[in-house]
Write a protein that binds this ligand. Sequence first.
Ligand SMILES: [Zn+2]
Length: 225
Amino acid sequence: MQDIRKFISGFNNFRNTYFCCENSPFEALRQGQNPRTMVIACSDSRTDPSLIMQCGPGEIFVVRNVANIVPPYEADSGFHGVSSAIEYAVKALKVANIIVLGHSGCGGIDALMHGTAVNNTEFIDKWLSVMNPVRDEVLGHFGEVHKKSCTACEMAGILASVRNLMTFPWIARRVDAGELDLHGWYFDMETGELLGYHPDSKAFESLSFLGHESEDSGEEQAKMI
Ligand SMILES: [Zn+2]
């Protein structure tokens, strides 16, 4: 009950000091949203993309799930919650960027690596199995489950999700047309760094320098990540 009271009190504070204040972003946002970027992040309580990237309302269209997984395109009768959010972002909002945002210490990836989620789960293991090929490849390389191999799996999972985005025909078309950029990012909670996958070096590299507006080439380099 304590949490619930805190949340309601927080909302009241938000309404009084933000939502209703002069020049509130919601004055325009009441008419509709026009975010230019979609973020696919983990449900982990520490990786709220709006908080860690300091975004205001209306800036990012977000879907979060266990281990920030993008499943492959499947035109079947299943209930595709993640795919429907992606479809709305791409077809209706016409976002220019999709960021798959993974993170260190991911419980979902840890469960995937150990071959078991919480005992007797109905949905988690099935969901994580999307990344079984990634896990098998990482374990084939490292041989056993430890911190380093889990980190590698977290990063490889991001890249697999970016690859899965390209299995959606209407995403591949927009990417090929230069209308949509796909990004694989990693929030390292231990070092406090945000990393982005760079296809040239085939590695995750710090993005911090791109956040400085004086960087002339920042925009161009950001597109490659
Ligand atoms: Zn996670």
